[in-house]
Design a protein around this ligand. Structure first.
Ligand code: GLC
Length: 643
């Protein structure tokens, strides 16, 4: 049981309804744990004062929380697992590219409703440097809205409307770094030693060189090394991402206290989910990779528990694009189970799906999923196929080897397949951050271009275009039914192709992730106007899948995922039982030829009667031919139980 459930138990038993009393209970149920964790990072003999400050801050932050959010907190306490609902479907977007600004977004809310999307992830909207700013992930402020998006008032109006439409909002908390123009960085540059201690700053290369021996590089092509010399300060500062993103020094408890205020401010701005950006990097230690360190987990738990006290209606998403065994730890382990992040990106599933598309086989997908540790009950995934970033090949070398492939050669094959090194491949992607030292590379590109739509359009190849559309729908169908919050990347719902205009822009041309950050041209691509072009077809097919998901209770995530062996190397089969004979069997074919699925499995599980099965995707009855169900190329089935 996590702290949220414990709190629910206490207040439900005693029928406590006052907001202040509930705050008191939350404070007392969490304070012991908060204290232990705080002193484990910041020893009591040195940092008692900061702990006292923290306790005081919790009360202050609660008093400042708007009343309507406190009321919402109470409602959420009664529905602690609200974020696992099958009714939630998300979309991730850059406000400026999608609708110019926040007001424009307000005007597009009907569009989301039409599609069935009710959860919006707005990419960073706070102030940032004018030129290079990593898509807003270099923040000048964690809370001040950048004027190009509008004003605080615009955001308030938007969040009010979202709430009235029962839509959810996710905002980014850039926890690991600030821009070099943030007021703390500016003060540090001016020689202010208090603020220099907010970052990892060094007068000479001795410590940076020692760190470099074990630190990997995130952007080896454009930002090699992990430290940047700052002439104004006459010092080196740690910059793990870009040279203009300064890593915050959480060894300094003042940084934690300041950042706690920032995270609560986001919650007070109406964020239901707070995306903890790059949280694997929060703690740095010599002779380690400084990723996924135990202390980073303690920090995340501290943020979680403090939010649980002050603003329990907001939950945390882990943006940890790391190995599966590491991702799962962000849900919390041991006595912290369920007390870190409620949600994490399912980066493993994402990478495995792209692997299956390229290989047309599901062996690695199965092997990896069968070995995936079970997530705790309070936790859920964000399932997605594309986002604003590159695709990292987070696949297990051991499993690749066990399938009889050479891991290095296999990764090279995937890069070749997606990055236009193989004539026969339909994919049009770009290689991102190839590191010749290690042979590692990642992949940029839009879902549609990676799945062949761009090549199909260029060659006016109708068959290829149909396959691409089927693949787009099938992959989305998998993430819509897998268990967790499905997150559609804006543009993918209309099959948006790569956009090469970034190559003309000085601030963007070195970072080809921009190929998949396209400005929406509503005149050309309003699927609500024309439903017969590719955009309209993709939109409509996804709309139907979404509507079905939202009606299907078995798709609520109760850890009810059962992966079934298909005995066919190209098929992926999993079930979402619901314990009431209303489960769903999901079947997907990753090959360009039809494949049979042995009907015995379908029958044994109760998904057919008299050789008939009912598919919710097409809403048609399907007959089992000679004891098999035939799955067409890139077809998706959602079979429902037949009474
Ligand atoms: C996250 C973001 C990515 C950004 C990085 C640094 O990984 O998704 O776009 O570059 O953090 O903030």
């Amino acid at each position: 049981m996590n702290q949220a459930q414990l709190h629910h138990l206490l207040v439900a038993n005693d029928g406590i309804k006052s907001k202040e009393d509930q705050f008191g209970i939350r404070l007392y149920t969490n304070l012991g744990l908060i204290q232990n964790l705080f002193f484990s990072l910041y020893p009591e003999d040195l940092h008692l004062e900061q702990f006292q400050k923290l306790v005081h801050k919790l009360s202050k932050l609660f008093s400042a929380r708007p009343n309507f959010l406190k009321e919402q907190d109470l409602i959420r306490v009664d529905h602690v697992d609200w974020y696992k609902s099958n009714e939630i479907v998300g979309m991730q977007l850059y406000v400026d590219l999608f609708s110019k600004n926040l007001k424009g977004l307000y005007d597009k809310l009907d569009y989301f409703e039409e599609l069935g999307v009710n959860f919006l992830h707005l990419m960073p909207i706070t102030t940032r440097p004018k030129n290079e700013n990593d898509g807003g992930y270099a923040v000048n402020s964690h809370t001040e809205i950048d004027s190009k998006y509008g004003t605080r008032k615009d955001l308030e109006l938007l969040t009010k409307e979202l709430r009235s439409r029962k839509m959810y909002l996710m905002l980014d908390f850039v926890a690991n770094h600030t821009s070099d123009e943030h007021e703390w960085a500016m003060a540090a540059k001016e020689g202010n030693s208090k603020y220099q201690k907010y970052y990892y700053t060094y007068a000479d290369r001795a410590t940076p060189d020692a760190f470099e021996r074990s630190l990997p590089e995130v952007f080896p092509e454009t930002a090699p090394g992990n430290f940047t010399y700052t002439p104004e300060m006459g010092k080196w500062v740690m910059t793990v991402f870009n040279s203009y993103q300064w890593d915050l020094n959480y060894r300094n408890p003042e940084v934690f206290l300041e950042m706690l205020e920032n995270i609560v401010a986001l919650s007070n701005m109406g964020a239901d989910v707070i995306r903890l950006d790059a949280l694997a990097f929060l703690w740095k230690k010599m002779n380690t990779t400084s990723q996924n360190l135990p202390e980073a987990h303690v920090l995340v738990t501290l943020f979680r528990l403090c939010l649980q006290v002050v603003a329990p209606g907001s939950i945390l998403l882990a943006e940890a694009i790391v190995a599966p065994d590491e991702i799962i730890k962000y849900f919390g382990e041991g006595n912290r189970t369920g007390n870190e992040c409620e949600v994490a990106y399912n980066a493993s599933l994402m990478a495995l799906l792209w692997n299956s598309i390229a290989t047309k086989k599901t062996g690695l997908l199965y092997k990896s999923l069968f070995n995936m540790p079970m997530k705790p009950l309070p936790a859920t995934w964000i399932n997605y196929i594309r986002c604003h970033d590159d695709i990292g090949l987070g696949l297990s070398d051991r499993f690749i080897q066990e399938l009889g492939w050479n891991p290095k050669a296999h990764r090279q094959f995937l890069l070749d397949y997606y990055c236009q090194h193989l004539d026969w491949s339909p994919a049009k992607g770009l290689m991102f951050m190839y590191n010749p030292k290690t042979g590692d590379g990642r992949i940029s590109g839009s879902a549609a271009s990676l799945l062949g739509l761009e090549k199909a359009m260029e060659n006016q190849d109708k068959d290829l275009a149909k396959k691409a559309v089927d693949k787009i729908v099938m992959l989305h169908g998998i993430v819509l039914s897998y268990g967790g919050i499905p997150m559609i990347y804006a543009g993918d719902e209309i099959g948006t192709l790569n956009d090469y205009s970034f190559l003309e822009e000085e601030d963007k041309k070195e970072d080809n992730r921009w190929v998949n950050r396209t400005e929406r041209n509503w005149d050309l691509t309003d699927p609500l106007q024309d439903r017969n072009n590719v955009q309209g077809i993709v939109f409509n097919r996804l709309r139907k899948l979404i509507a079905t998901r939202r009606k299907t209770l078995a798709f609520k995530d109760t850890n009810n995922l059962v992966v079934h062996h298909s005995r066919n190397p190209h098929l992926f089969v999993f079930e979402r039982p619901d314990g009431h004979n209303r489960g769903i069997l999901v079947i997907a074919n990753f090959d360009e030829r039809p494949h049979p699925l042995d009907a015995l499995l379908i029958k044994q599980l109760g998904y057919s009667k008299s050789n008939m099965a009912h598919d919710l995707v097409s809403d048609k009855r399907r007959s089992l031919q000679k004891g098999n169900l035939i799955i067409a190329p890139y077809q998706l089935f959602w079979l429902k139980k037949i009474d």
